[in-house]
Ligand binder design. Sequence first.
Ligand SMILES: Cc1ncc(C[n+]2csc(CCOP(=O)(O)OP(=O)(O)O)c2C)c(N)n1
Ligand SMILES: [Mg+2]
Length: 300
Amino acid sequence: MAVRRLTVDVPDRGETSATPSSEEAASTEPPVHPAALIEKARAVRRHVIRMIGHVGSGHPGGSLSATDILVALYFAVLQHNPRDPHWPDRDRFILSKGHAAPALYAVLAEAGYFPVDELSTLRQWGSRLQGHTDVNRTPGVEMSAGSLGQGLSFSIGMALAARLDRSGYHIYTLLGDGECDEGQVWEAAMAASHFHLDNLTAIVDRNQLQLDGWTSRIMDLEPLADKWRAFGWHVLEVDGHNLARLLDAFRQAKGVSGRPAVIIARTIKGKGVSFMENNVDFHGRAPSRDELDKALRELA
Ligand SMILES: Cc1ncc(C[n+]2csc(CCOP(=O)(O)OP(=O)(O)O)c2C)c(N)n1
Ligand SMILES: [Mg+2]
């Protein structure tokens, strides 16, 4: 059984130190061209728009801003096995901004955790794909989320558990920038550096918008990088839509020792669909039939 991890040929990427187990290590999939990741991200964006358009509700903006980050993780960074979602040595991905569930579901389906056809059941009665993530329902989902602010604390528990178990897996946690208004995020930030959790990487989806406006207006986060540094974290800043740069940032983050790392990923809310980009209206609104068609034409 192959680990679904596409090795991308980025010049300065280097090798990761994660240790895949037994059969998975022997059968890691062959390298693919970076263009394959870009194509994968486009497919994920199409899924996201279709899923939300089909059911008529959901959060397109923050799903589209996070798409490249998720594609980089699931197709080039994480050691994981879609045929064995509970493989003990798997790397963990925690979606703290649980409203971006459509993007995570699309990536999980593309990776093989469940059939792509199932994406059309988003938010429907009895579906395994609810509006916010549910660890008990969906293969590959590691945490139930939706109430913002909790994912980093949850990840610290996992990181401490890995240390106690002497396991080498790495924990990745995606936070929204508006989510960083939550005090619990900063309690967790303080704890992670106190415990020297170098098996933990946080990513902030820095799209500058939250539910109803610009973060700078609602609760200014700047200087955000300095704040994480002051809390003892190694900070990386990157274009969150450049897959090569994202992979390099993930490689650097994993190489940090003695403290956790955070990647502040500069993104655009609604990325990939012109009329959704930087448009707070599409934080939590589905496209109309016409808008859906237009969006799919743009993502063709
Ligand atoms: C504790 C909590 N408060 C409020 C909400 C409602 N809510 C859902 S998404 C959101 C905005 C989040 O903004 P951000 O973290 O920047 O997400 P993104 O821009 O990536 O969509 C809010 C306030 C929530 N889900 N949880
Ligand atoms: Mg935001």
